[in-house]
Design a binder for this molecule. Sequence first.
Ligand SMILES: NC(=O)c1ccc[n+]([C@@H]2O[C@H](COP(=O)([O-])OP(=O)(O)OC[C@H]3O[C@@H](n4cnc5c(N)ncnc54)[C@H](OP(=O)(O)O)[C@@H]3O)[C@@H](O)[C@H]2O)c1
Length: 274
Amino acid sequence: MALPPPSPEDSVLVTGASSGIGEQIARRLADLGHGVTLVARRAERLEALAAELHRATGVTARVEVCDLADDSERGSLIGRISESDVHISGVVNSAGFGSYGRFDGLPLDREQAMVRLNVLALHELTGAFLWPMVQQGAGAILNVASVAAFQPLPGFATYAATKSFVQIFGESLHAELMGTGVSVTTLSPGPVATEFGEVAGVGRADDMAPAGAAVSAQDVAAAGVRGMLHGKRTVVPGVATKGIALGGRFVPRSLLLPAAKRVAGARLRNPGSA
Ligand SMILES: NC(=O)c1ccc[n+]([C@@H]2O[C@H](COP(=O)([O-])OP(=O)(O)OC[C@H]3O[C@@H](n4cnc5c(N)ncnc54)[C@H](OP(=O)(O)O)[C@@H]3O)[C@@H](O)[C@H]2O)c1
């Protein structure tokens, strides 16, 4: 139950490969000799990364430009890959974003795009590539959730709910697939310095971490790929992040929610304020 050893016909599909954790996972996989199929919207970044990975490691790095929040673009991507002669031995669903603020003050269409990307795209890519893996008795999926998955999070209501879906879905699949040769691993990092914080409107995401809790994107990627190679159920990188995840699971909501809301800050009381 793990990612099969690298082979020239195989490719690991990595979404969100133009930045942050997804990019680092693609780098790690290529270092280990795996061919990669890089997916995101920013073509130039993907092309540059693919060329660099091929030069540095000799692996085949393919580029698929796709807005995964768009149903029809997503469908075309899956169709193109399924009809090609590329064999997808693994899937890494890292593409995702968050937004910060009180829900009633956030643009609803962007919140819905988040659900389409973080939940629907991950669900559809998992479904599309899992079936052939199970038929062949080999393959691995790595889904990126977050430490936000383990409890409700005022200020990140939609984001925490999407990541909770990823966590529960992935852990359920992991148990369902025991004995099939196929694994689903869920990676749940705490705050990591990537473009995530800027996109979410919170500045640097790792500035929100308690002292010593931030883990680099490289270390998160290495832990995720190790988990995928060994078919682990979940990976929570970093000791402090493990503590936060435990707290989220076991501290009563009546205590946790007011504390989380205090940490989330003023914008929850005054939607739209900086
Ligand atoms: N950084 C953190 O603190 C943190 C903590 C826990 C979990 N996570 C999770 O880790 C994953 C990766 O985030 P990151 O920190 O690496 O953030 P990031 O640097 O902003 O990377 C996000 C990636 O998602 C891609 N993406 C965004 N919208 C997309 C769309 N509509 N279609 C296709 N690709 C899209 C982006 O590429 P394009 O813009 O080129 O499309 C980019 O490659 C996310 O699922 C996030 O929720 C992050």
